[in-house]
Each structure stands twice: as structure tokens, then as C-alpha cells.
Ligand binder design. Sequence first.
Ligand code: AMP
Length: 622
Amino acid sequence: MSENDSTVIEPSITFADLPLSEAVLKAVQDVGYETPSPIQAQSIPKILDGRDLLGLAQTGTGKTAAFALPLLSKIDLKQRSPQVLVLTPTRELAIQVAEAFQRYARHMPGFHVLPVYGGTDMRGQLRSLQRGAHVIVGTPGRVMDHLRRDSLKLNGLKAVVLDEADEMLRMGFVDDIEWIMDQTPEERQVALFSATMPRQIRKIADTHLKNPATVEIKAKTATVATTTQKVCMVSGFNKLDALTRILEVETFDAMIIFVRTKTATVELAEKLEARGFAASALNGDMSQALREKVVDRLKKGSLDILIATDVAARGLDVERMSHVVNYDIPYDTEAYVHRIGRTGRAGRTGIAILFATHRERRMLRSIEQATRQRIETMTLPSMRDVRDMRIKAFKEDVLKSLDMGEQLDTFREVVKELATENDLNIEDLTAALCFLAQKDRPFPDGKEPERPQRERRERTERERSSERGGERRERSGERGGERPRRDRREDNEGKVRYRVNVGREQGISPGDLVGAIANESKISGRDIGHIRLFDNCSSIYLPEGVDTSTLDNLKGVKVRNKSLELQVWIDDGREPADTRNSRDSRPRRPRREGEGAGAPHRNEGDRGGERRQRRPRKEPQT
Ligand code: AMP
């Protein structure tokens, strides 16, 4: 069935080999993708060629970029009526896809993507549609609604994408899809992506796709007998916290942690360093010499944790690699098999831990099939486990120090003096000394922090049901549905919410934003609505109807040396990270160089023994 069913695990092509537009290539570089994923390597040339496409691919394979990158390369920015329509089964996916388009179009000034989905107020969407958008991403019910009202016109449409077609079928959208497809111009390109190919989807493909190219990522089976596989479900959980707990509790020799982008290798290495673990990035941006040096340190045992991309870790053969952590799920089962093959070398056994979210469970099943092994679910270590482990390690260190012989003599003297001079008993004295020794790494009390984990999970559930509920209500003509949280302040009436790329971390205040916008545009400070600061971005309400050239101009305006990158707020009912967790918008002291995540690797050259490396020197923020 597949026209090109080579299982390209190591695609020889790079993004630069693909005839994508310059703006799109630049954005791909910005987001740090190293090479096209197999589905991208196969789909992008075909979509660029104008072929209809049938893609057998699921979430996690990089399918969004597989259609977004070539379609964006063909967008005519001057034409403001919709050129691309993407249909998705859920609101959540519509938002994700819209965000992906926005990300890949960051060097396309004036580009607009609009997500339209059920369960939200129609008026805002109508206004946005009137303003015009190059790409519409929507759920079938709401798209139909707009087509019936004539608020969405498809006469300039060049391409339609049916994303997760089998999910849309499962949710009862097949007739809607048929109806929508009938409203599209005859000469449009169609790409249909589906994880499976049930009869009804095949029928849609036969009816609406013309001589499609088929791309499929075939799963080869592989034996991974020497590796124990575990999965850690991290929906609604902070992956970094989960990883930190594993690093604290799991006994390992050397570990490789896989992430998807070059940027993520560096970011995660820095975050682990900030939490006291000695870790190093390994990515394709590093020179060959530097990469060799890092691998050498790993082999010799002066480094234990590597954070790598698939490309950088290709062929890596380190006997002492006892653990592989798939921090980001791989694109396909072959990449997975390749990754976990980094452990279990030279007859040793290895452990592979996979972080997966609820949405990625299909990939999880494929991996089980491909490796012909059941992947056991791993319970994340509790804070009690972390505490016990830390105390155990501390006791071991103390007992080891007793072997220091004469070197302890001076300390014995000091202890004796301290005890007699102050009339102290031995227990109090040693407790005080232990406190001093562990000041930077206290033992946690063993209680789980008040983490929003359960709440988040519940919220995700609520969102999921409201997505469906909203969609159902919409389809049956009812109004309402659970609305995503939004600021209902009166002064936001008649205003549109925008996102800007600066937040508390940059030390800005609302006044900075008002000043910058009022100075750089004709918008007066009085017309600017509510401002909310988050850690790394902020939201701001501006009057409706601000013209595109003003908005484009504001994108490049700098505050604290960072471009605002103004863009319409995509409301998914969730707010970005706000560690201060308050609506207080006082400015925060800007981070000084050398602080926090961006801090230089201060434990370079301070890499004592093996044990020392693995144990965080500071209290991890779990
Ligand atoms: P998708 O299968 O479209 O849901 O994509 C899954 C994830 O893979 C998203 O987080 C993308 O940002 C990421 N991704 C897509 N393409 C690439 C690539 N070529 N290299 C690295 N990450 C990618």
C-alpha cells in the first residue's frame, strides 16, 4: 500500500534539503528540530508537489509539521481569505495545531491562523473571521456552523487537512466531514492523516483524494530481551519533577535521556544542573570533538547523565549505560527500539523508562507490539522514597568517613571541646553537625507536596468532557458549554486578548507594556485593557480592529531587550505558568546573569566521585 514504505529511522535528508520556504526553514531552525521525522521526510516533498496525501500516522510522529511546514511554504500572505482548512476531532488538538502553525510561521509577517471550536463564544470567532485568517483549524461541528452562517468562506481555499481522521470517525463526525468536503472548491489539495484505516475513512479517501501518495511508517518488530521496559504516565505531571524523583531514587550506572530538540537537550541539562545533578547535553550543534569528549567522560565514569537527541546518540555504544529515559516519546517505534538499544550492551541488562501522556497511549501500544513486550507501568517514587533514599545515602557517607583514620583526629578534638565547653550531649551535637552537612540538601518530610497533579488530571478530564459536551451541544444547536476561563472584566469589552513574549522573568511591569505599546503605536494607554503577567509571557487586551500593520509593527517592539512577538491569544482555557501564582503584577527583579536555569555549569571541574555526581547537592524542587 505504501508508495514509500522504507522505514526511515535515520533519514538522510535534512530540512534544508527540502524545498520549504526560507521563512519556514528559519522557524524550523529556531525551534531546534535537527532532522525531519520519517513521516515528515516522506510527506513534505509530496505536499509541496501539490499531491493529495494519505498518511498513516499517529500523534507523536511529527505529523503536524509534516503538513504545516509545506502548506505554510505555499501560503500567499496577501490573500487574507482562508487558504488552508484543518479539521481536527477535538478543541485541544485544534489549539495545538493552530499553535504549531503560529510557531512555524513566526517569520511570516502578517500571518494569521484561527482556531474555531465548540463550547466557546461565537462572537469572538465571528469577529476574528471577519478580520481574516490564512489558516483555519477547527472541529467539524463549529466549522459547519460557520459555513452555514456564511461567516467562513472557502472559495479561496487551496488545501484541506483531515487530522486524526479515525478519531473524527469515532466521535461521529463522518457525515460532517463529507458535508464540509462538499463545500470546498474542486481544485484543492487534500491531506488525510489517520492512525488506522477503517472502512469509512478509506471511503472518504477514495471519494475526496485524487491519486493520493500514501505514506506510512511501518513498524518492524525487534527483540529487546536484555532491556526491561517501563512506562511512567505523566499526564498532568511535571516531567522534570518526575525525572528528578527517578534520578534520586533509582540506582543507575549511566543514563541517557532522550528529548526531541537540540534546544531541549541544553535546557534540560541546565535544569538538572540547577537541581544539583551533573548532566551534559549531546546534540548535533556541538562539534565532533566536543561530542567525543562528552562521550569519553561518560565512558570513563566522570559523567553519568547525557541528554541527547536521536541524531546525536546514533550508534552510541557505552557499556555502562544502564538506563534510557525517553523523556519525549519518539516519533516511531523504530526510533524507540534504536533509543533503548543504547542500553543492555555487552550482555548487560538495561532499563528503559518511557514518559508518556494520555494522548500518546496509541504510540505506547505500537511500541509494545513492535517490541513484543508488555511495558509495565511504573509508579513514580514517592517523597517518602526520596527521603528514605537520601537518608540512606547520608548514613553511607557518614560510615565511609569513619574509615578516614587520622584525618578525623582534629575533628575529634573539636567535637570534644565543643561538648565540654558547652555541656552538650552527643546526640544534640551530632544533630547540629548533620544539619550543617545537609543544609543545602535537607531531608524532605516525606509528605507529598500540595501539587496540582490530581487537580490537573481532573481538569484535563473535565476539559475532555467539555470538549465533547461543547461539541455535542453545538451540534444540537444548544449554546453554552463550559467556557474556558477568561477575564471578564468590563474594561475588556470590545477588546481582543493578545499574548506578548515577555513576562515576570524579564522583570517587566504592566506599565512597561502600556508604555511600549502606546509609544510605538497609535493605541492610547487608556484603550489598553487588563494586563496579566506570567513567568515568561503576558496577556494584554487591545481594542478590536487594530490594523494588521500596527500589530505587525508591535511584534518587533522590544521591552527589556526582548521582542514582544505580539500575537492573538489562543484561548485553550489554560493559563501559562505563573509560579508566583497570583494576580499581583508587581515587577520582579530581572534575573541576573549566572542565576537560575541559565547559570553556567558551575559544577564543571567539581565533579568528585561517582556517588557525588548522582546525588543532587541541592534540594530538588519536587
Ligand atoms: P505531532 O506528532 O505532530 O503531535 O508532534 C509531536 C511533537 O514532535 C511536537 O512536540 C513537535 O514539536 C515535535 N516535532 C515535530 N517534528 C519534529 C522534528 N523534526 N524534530 C524534533 N521534534 C519534532
